[in-house]
Design a protein around this ligand. Sequence first.
Ligand SMILES: NC(=O)c1ccc[n+]([C@@H]2O[C@H](COP(=O)([O-])OP(=O)(O)OC[C@H]3O[C@@H](n4cnc5c(N)ncnc54)[C@H](OP(=O)(O)O)[C@@H]3O)[C@@H](O)[C@H]2O)c1
Length: 348
Amino acid sequence: MLISLTVISKNKYMIKETMLAARQYKAGGPIKLEQINIPEPRRGEVLIRMDSSPINPSDLSFISGKYGSPGRFPVTPGFEGSGTVVAHGGGILPGLRHGKRVACSPKPGSDGTWAEYIVTSAAQCVPLPRNIDAELGSMLLINPMSVHCMLDMSLKGKHRAIVNTAASSSLGKMLIRLVHSRNIPMINVVRSEKTQRDLRYLGAAHVLNSSEPDFQEKLSELIKELKATIFFDAVGGMTASQIIEAAPENGCIVHYANLSEDLVNYNPRTILRKNISLEGFQLGNYLNRKSLFYKMKLTIRVRKFMQSFKDIQIHSRFPLSKINEATNIYRNEMGSGKVLISMKTDMN
Ligand SMILES: NC(=O)c1ccc[n+]([C@@H]2O[C@H](COP(=O)([O-])OP(=O)(O)OC[C@H]3O[C@@H](n4cnc5c(N)ncnc54)[C@H](OP(=O)(O)O)[C@@H]3O)[C@@H](O)[C@H]2O)c1
């Protein structure tokens, strides 16, 4: 009742009591569409009427049960999206966000963005600049934040050059742009000739194709030439093994995904001999270790970055009611651009 009153007075439309949401009842189980109660925001939280949400590789891991348990079922998947704050549960930041179009992500362990409404912490919302529409805005939280954190890790470790794999991803392209603006050399590793051409066209100076037979030699030579010492790997498997082999003394390997789903094979002696460090980067965990000041500054940097970012390739759009079709298409055609879920189509 409280929610309905707030919404009617601020936004002049009536909120429904139930909403359509994608629900999963067990790890790796099917995604069902259900009408469930719209959640109520508590103090510090906001209720967002969702506009759009992308399907990301992390969503595929989540729904296949490989991401780690959400801790409870049923659960609504979806790690990011955009929408409008239509109600809040009290607090200064929630009040400031009220009525704003925002990019948002769910609180850890809470229901996600593949629903008509979500409740999340006001701190998990970044107001969208006027020139960013809902679709673009829905993809401008996790990847932009991640690339800024990756840049910070590189700067903090005084790394002179960076290597990134799965470099033709949306994140990879953002990293190219960010790192270029700081004049840091970067070796981009892709897996096909086409994406190698695409990245060169985008202005990337160093792009290697891991499918070429002499990839390992080319990688080692370029790492030496550019003095690369930090290696961001999203692929795992053979590619990660080759990177560990090519890494110089004191190299730092940072795994941030496992797109190949394969295990990494390395000789522990290589790690010992070269004093290589192996780390994992997961945005949520990384930010949990950071101060509120860092997070506030990061939000400001990301918002500025958003204003200049317009070129994320979109493959197709689906209404929430076609979520299963949408995830299948993204799974099979990942390299062809993002698949977006539009919540507006299902709403009336
Ligand atoms: N750890 C974190 O906090 C964090 C945060 C954000 C993103 N990520 C990760 O960053 C990666 C990119 O995310 P995104 O949203 O930018 O993805 P995206 O735009 O949807 O692109 C996916 C990319 O993955 C590549 N790919 C898929 N399977 C592959 C494989 N087996 N070997 C090599 N490349 C493969 C595709 O390459 P092709 O073009 O060749 O098909 C495509 O470029 C994902 O793995 C995601 O989980 C991690």
